[in-house]
Design a protein. Sequence first.
Length: 221
Amino acid sequence: MQVEQVSRVYQLQSFAPVHALSDINLTLQDGIFYAFKGRSGSGKTTLLNCISTLDKPTEGTVTVFGESVSQFDLETATNWRRLHVGFIFQTFGLTPTLSAYENVEIMLRLNNVHPDERHERVVECLDMVGLKQRANHRPHELSGGQQQRVAIARSLANKPSILIADEPTGELDSKTACDIFALFKSIVQIEGLTILMATHDPLADDYVDQIINLKDGRIIE
């Protein structure tokens, strides 16, 4: 992944422009667990959004797997994300009326995966996050850490090449946060994917492969 001279400016009607990112240059390797760190407003989430095509840079280019994803139109970006990117957020975003199994399965249903293959992958993902025995439990029957594990399993269902994790431990206690960071580290090894995680949690430092610090929309040493 290559980020070249990326800037993102938001123009809010009568207010002064907000420079969320300024001249970002970055090369990201496959199969690495990255942490993007900085205070709120430092540009962490904006940068991840530009890399994952949820947002477009005002200037500069983002190249992923040889494709200039920053030039994609809305439909192309949506289809590309469905194939290549999994998302994990601070709020777990599980459907409360569905079991853990069904919350993971829904991603495969959307991609019209064959039922046999679908079942195999759901079980594999739940096993990977240590919740195979909780497959029939609904979110209200699970702890916060277990709900986040279901969300992680769901993000893995379509075998993405990139996981985007935006403050994934923000709602969790320290012990559970460390468990989630350790799980991410093992997923990188098992699945061979790249994790890009925005966090301000100092506990992440012991688990990630590389830390990228941001301040006021710029990368700092």
